[in-house]
Design a protein around this ligand. Structure first.
Ligand code: NDP
Ligand code: GDP
Length: 325
């Protein structure tokens, strides 16, 4: 039985990846950071009904000794480094914490793997945010980076360190440059989930407007379930490498609003209000990925469409709010 250690197991991707690996017969371990609100930690694992099937080890990406202990306890074949301060907007308010967790935390994990478990395969959760002010219309593994937030700068450090550890120490370390991927388990502060939650509340009469930031930003949105499969595929290759995972379709926030409101028979223009509080100091205007390499080498391609994603997210938020009524 293979063993996997996942940092960020309580997040969106950590939960779906755990489910995927359990179905493949893995023993799944996850790093969990201590919280005073322990009762709500693990909500996503509970949503998927797998909370009792994963083994949680307490630790923090900022504390290398805890990572070393976790690796010794788990002796993993595969390590997925998904833990991060992952919200772009928050990274301007907490730039150094973002650097400590998202950049140096990845460094801590790589160093711990090198020292304790160098035979383990390592996955780094890199991000399309690294392309920032895009240098090519469609971004692939060779497109130059131009990060536009402390988050993106931190991810770039972790990305290059992953490559450096591969080249310097021969670690089987791969970096997945993943474009935005969403699901009913997406954090409520991210735009897609904020919209589907808003649609549900408005539909049920719990709210009458939705305050948003830049409606013209465009993203390449996929479903997290498709993307965690791609992470695993990268680690099954004989040679470590870097891969873009994306759908190749880019959609504006405005269009996402239109589709999500239309799903419940509402016109978004009646409810969506632009509020400057949600604008960012620097914006990533458009992202559109080219996942040709992942398709060719890994045989990966997304299976869930944007329309299916929106339907699943709106239904889940309707169900959540109905349960509370
Ligand atoms: P989430 O924000 O849902 O999850 C982040 C996870 O990191 C949580 O489990 C969180 O724990 C954990 N974490 C935060 N700080 C620390 C810390 N100091 N030590 C240990 N763990 C910590 O992110 P996603 O699941 O959406 O994304 C997974 C990874 O992929 C992230 O690194 C993200 O930046 C990256 N990524 C995501 C994309 C997306 O579209 N979703 C796109 C590209 C990259 P807690 O529950 O305690 O807060
Ligand atoms: P990101 O791509 O990792 O920053 O993911 P987000 O989901 O947080 O944001 C995607 C895009 O939506 C960005 O360009 C935001 O500026 C834009 N956006 C517009 N309104 C909002 C909003 O109210 N909240 C968030 N989170 N993003 C918004």
């Amino acid at each position: 039985m293979k063993r996997a250690l996942i940092t960020g197991i309580t997040g969106q991707d950590g939960a779906y990846l755990s489910q995927f690996l359990l179905e493949k017969g893995y023993e799944v371990f996850g790093l969990i950071r201590r919280s005073a609100s322990a009762d709500v930690v693990g909500e996503r694992l509970r949503w998927l009904g797998i909370q009792d099937r994963v083994r949680l080890i307490d630790g923090n990406l900022s504390d290398i000794s805890s990572l070393i202990r976790a690796l010794r306890e788990c002796e993993p074949d595969e390590v997925y480094n998904l833990g991060a301060q992952s919200f772009v907007k928050a990274s301007w308010n907490q730039p150094l914490l973002t650097g400590q967790v998202t950049a140096l935390g990845a460094g801590n994990m790589l160093e711990a793997v090198r020292l304790v478990r160098p035979q383990a395969r390592f996955y780094q959760a890199s991000s399309s945010e690294m392309y920032g002010r895009v240098q090519e219309e469609r971004q692939n593994e060779r497109t130059p980076f131009y990060p536009r937030s402390p988050y993106a700068v931190s991810k770039l450090y972790a990305h290059w360190l992953t490559i450096n550890y591969r080249e310097s120490f021969g670690l089987h370390a791969s970096s997945g440059i993943l474009f935005n991927h969403e699901s009913p388990l997406r954090g409520i502060e991210f735009v897609t989930r904020k919209i589907t939650d808003g649609v549900a509340r408005i539909k049920l009469g719990l709210a009458n407007e939705l305050r948003m930031g830049n409606l013209e930003a465009r993203r390449d949105w996929g479903h997290a379930r498709d993307y965690v499969r791609g992470m695993w595929m990268m680690l099954q290759q004989d040679q470590p490498d870097d891969y873009v995972l994306a759908t190749g379709r880019t959609t504006s926030v405005r269009e996402f609003c239109r589709l999500a409101f239309a799903y419940v028979g509402l016109d978004y223009e009646r409810y969506v209000k632009v509020d400057p509080a949600f604008l960012r100091p620097a914006e990533v205007d458009v992202l559109c990925g080219d996942a040709t390499k992942a398709r060719r080498v890994l045989g990966w391609q997304p299976e869930i469409t944007l329309e299916e994603l929106i339907a699943e997210m709106v239904e889940a938020d309707l169900a959540r709010h109905r349960a509370r009524l």
